[in-house]
Design a binder for this molecule. Sequence first.
Ligand code: DQA
Length: 145
Amino acid sequence: MSANLVYVLNGPNLNLLGMREPEIYGSDTLDDIAGMLEDRAQELGLEVEVRQSNHEGHLVDWLHEANAEGAKAVLLNAGAYTHTSIALLDAIKSIKVPVIEVHLSDPMTREPFRHVSYVGMGAVGEVKGLGAQSYVVALEKAAKL
Ligand code: DQA
């Protein structure tokens, strides 16, 4: 059991944060965000495990792993898979660990194809539209679970 461990799982193209459409996603890199999360986690008495993959199945496997590890929560920014992946929804529904959906931007104010969230159909909560701070606020939510 890792009752203080929070997995922070990031999907496709989030490895390019910092240079990827900075007018939408900001200038922080994923490493910067990981650093912010580690600092806040320490204050909250938590540990974070930050990962990124461009492959849907890796995200599914990591959700299963978080469950097997008895993690406290998963923060999931599934990137574009948010809007397409029934496999991720099924994984979220298959595990006991609560999942919080995270987005840097607010997909609801963007193109209509971003308005559907399969992740959101299984998640216990969401934080979006705050840039890198979305992750920190989501971690604070996770601390209260
Ligand atoms: C995103 C929003 C998604 O629509 C998009 O596909 C991403 C990033 C966000 O963090 O704002 O890759 O998840």
